[in-house]
Design a protein around this ligand. Structure first.
Ligand code: WTA
Length: 655
């Protein structure tokens, strides 16, 4: 991959500017190293102090870390708290009239809510959910557009101890159905339609379809927020958000839960066809969110205007939109639209309009904006910015440099944050007032995060050599289990080969002479397309579910903007199609995958063969398929293949 090549030769280093370091929450390498030393000398004491300092506990904890059920770790488990209380109530006295959310709608209209107003709305909706019979531990699916209401729904669940499971609005009815069924959700919160780039996306219609797909008798009510006013079908279990909420009281006593009570489930792709329900805790998760806001984003609640562009459907939109910024009492922008609507300067216009200080987005967005030219950002006043962040996929050094120079004016530190749905919060990222940055590296682990690189048996790997990225001690914000599948949790993340207690991230990485981490890519069959995780098996299962398809194999190919593109090799039940016929079937199969999973999973390319390259034992040779997708010469020995002749066929693109 070109980006891997370039990071191996990257030598630029950017130490923190003095002015930034002086005002930073953690200043200088000595500040960073002092925190790391505290964690090393008294691991539990380190986390316990931070948890006492930053979280308001209803009942203080006396136990910090319980490793007796490893790898099912517990943190602060006899303590009681409420996340919504920590995000809202505790700010009311000092900053009730401060703006909490600035909602920037698709069409550019702006709605602001103060902490007092947000608190009232969360309480009303929480009371509404209670009136529907939602109780502590019940699951609520949130299938919503980016909106104030999406945050209200999540916070309201947290307030009453209900477990939310947000499903990204771009997922299909089928994906939604699978998540409803797996979580056995009692209530679904959705909207009539979402609006993105001027186009309406029918959310309620997808819910109706999902509910007709199988046994969804668990779902008692569907609450519908009116966003677009578009036409929707209406049934017996549907009710309007405004009708449910408006008559409710504006206060609602939080339900105090154990620190280990599940705050949410979020489904993500893994190496099998079935998405995994990553389950997060209350106390440890909140602590990770708060500390990373303070450390990595150098959060200054009294002066920052913070904007994370992620959708609440992803983990970034949970930790760094719905919870982290509010837990610190910050003002944040929530963005409904897309970066290039109604014009290509939308992101930069929005930064200037709201005087954003802290901007967090994905490399794929940066790369697509680079394409549009540097004169575009120059048309807007970006001088309010003081810190830039990226997340979701490796950022190539060229894109990092453009971000730093053109958007940050050379003055803002760039924090490349490595973490995952499973880790809940940042794991490896620079503390911007302390750690010098290098374009393309996520730099060093956060204090207390014992990240390392090992070989497949958990043994050490020499500097400069690639290996498995692991975290060697439990940390507060890590996932607690996979919903309904503890066995898969243990096998996936704490494999016996590594001793059963080391967290296996699923990425490969190497460290340079300064100990900096450079992420190289996934070690499993997970693709990263525009920062979204997609399982190759998931797409394969979707393809073979089509009546025309006999067999399918999906691989990734480097893509200039999206990071990776999806390439599918398909064997049809009939004869191999060519010409117009092939084109027609390609279009049909892409649509099919869009309906099975969601538009983000549509293959960029589909090629047809009479067969797939397999070993004599029947294993599909994915390495070969990846090489073919990239257009590489095949140099390896193919004599062990069952059917070497097939390779020529698969080299042919459908034109
Ligand atoms: C990748 C997103 C390189 C990685 C927060 C990881 C990254 C997966 C980075 C998790 C980064 C995330 N540099 N790669 N800064 N951040 N990744 O669960 O492969 O959607 O395992 O969480 O994205 O994706 P997820």
């Amino acid at each position: 991959m070109a980006s891997i090549e370039s990071i191996l030769t990257e030598t630029r280093v950017f130490p923190p500017a003095d002015a930034f370091a002086r005002q930073a929450n953690v200043s200088g390498m000595d500040g960073y190293e002092a925190l790391c030393r505290q964690a090393e000398s008294d691991y539990e004491g380190f986390w316990a102090n931070l948890a006492r300092q930053h979280i308001d506990w209803k009942k203080p904890f006396t136990r910090t870390l319980d490793e007796s059920g490893a790898p099912f770790y517990k943190w602060f488990d006899d303590g009681e708290l409420n996340v919504s209380y920590n995000c809202l109530d505790r700010h009311l006295a000092s900053k009730g009239d401060k703006t909490a959310l600035i909602f920037e709608a698709d069409d550019g209209s702006v709605t602001q809510v103060t902490y007092k107003e947000l608190h009232a709305r969360v309480c009303q909706f929480a009371n509404g959910l209670k009136s529907l019979g939602v109780e502590q531990g019940d699951r609520v699916i949130v299938y919503m557009p980016m909106s104030i209401e999406a945050v209200v729904a999540m916070q309201a669940c947290a307030r009453i101890g209900a477990i939310h499971s947000v499903v990204f609005g771009g997922f299909s009815a089928k994906s939604l159905f699978e998540r409803i069924e797996d979580a056995r959700a009692k209530v679904i919160v959705t909207a009539d339609e979402s609006l993105r780039g001027g186009k309406a996306v029918p959310l309620k219609h997808a819910v109706d379809e999902a509910l007709a797909m199988g046994d969804t008798s668990c779902v008692e009510r569907v609450v519908v927020y009116r966003r677009s006013g578009g036409d929707i079908a209406w049934g017996g279990r549907d009710l309007w958000w405004h009708e449910l909420a408006q008559t409710q009281a504006e206060t609602c006593e939080p339900v105090w839960v154990s620190a280990e009570h599940p705050l949410f489930i979020l489904y993500t792709s893994g190496s099998t066809g079935k998405p995994k329900g990553v389950q997060h805790s209350t106390g440890g998760y909140l602590l990770g969110a708060m500390l990373s806001m303070l450390w990595v984003f150098d959060a200054k609640p009294d002066s920052d205007v913070y904007w994370c562009t992620a959708d609440v459907g992803w983990i970034t939109g949970h930790t760094y939109v719905a919870y982290g910024p509010l837990s610190l009492g910050m003002t944040e922008v929530i963005f409904e639209g897309i970066p290039t609507f109604p014009h290509a300067g939308r992101f930069w216009e929005t930064v200037a309009k709201h005087k954003v200080t802290t901007f967090y987005t994905a490399p794929t967005a940066i790369r697509s904006l680079i394409k549009l030219g540097s004169d575009l950002p120059a048309q807007y006043d970006l001088s309010s910015l003081r810190l830039l962040g990226t997340v979701g996929e490796p950022i190539n050094p060229e894109a990092w440099m453009w971000y730093q120079q053109v958007i940050g004016g050379g003055r803002c530190p760039v924090v490349d944050t490595w973490w995952q749905t499973e880790t809940g919060s940042h794991m490896i990222a620079p503390l911007p007032g302390a750690v010098p940055t290098k374009p393309g590296s996520c730099t060093l682990p956060l204090p207390g995060i014992m990240a390392a690189i090992t070989d497949e048996h958990g043994g050490p790997v020499e500097k400069g050599h690639g290996g498995f990225l692991v975290i060697q001690r439990p940390f507060p914000s890590q996932l607690r289990t996979l919903w309904g599948d503890p066995d898969r949790f243990r096998k996936t993340y704490f494999p016996e080969e590594l001793g059963g207690k080391t967290y296996l991230a699923g990425d490969s990485a190497h460290r340079d002479d300064d100990g900096y981490f450079w992420i190289m890519g996934r070690i499993d069959d997970v693709l990263n397309v525009s920062g979204h995780r997609l399982g190759t098996m998931e797409i394969e299962s979707a393809l073979v579910a089509n009546p025309r398809v006999a067999e399918a194999a999906v691989v990734g190919r480097p893509h200039e903007i999206k990071g990776e593109a999806v390439v599918a090799y398909v064997v049809l039940k009939g004869t191999r199609p060519v010409g117009e016929e092939a084109k027609k079937i390609v279009a049909e199969l892409r649509d099919w995958v869009g309906k099975e999973i969601g538009p983000i999973a549509k293959p960029d390319e589909i090629r047809f063969g009479d067969n797939l390259p397999k070993t004599r034992s029947g294993k599909i040779m994915r390495r070969l398929l990846r090489a073919i997708a990239k257009g590489e010469e095949i140099t390896q020995d193919v004599s062990t293949l069952e059917n070497p002749a097939i390779l020529d066929q698969l080299k042919e693109a459908v034109k």
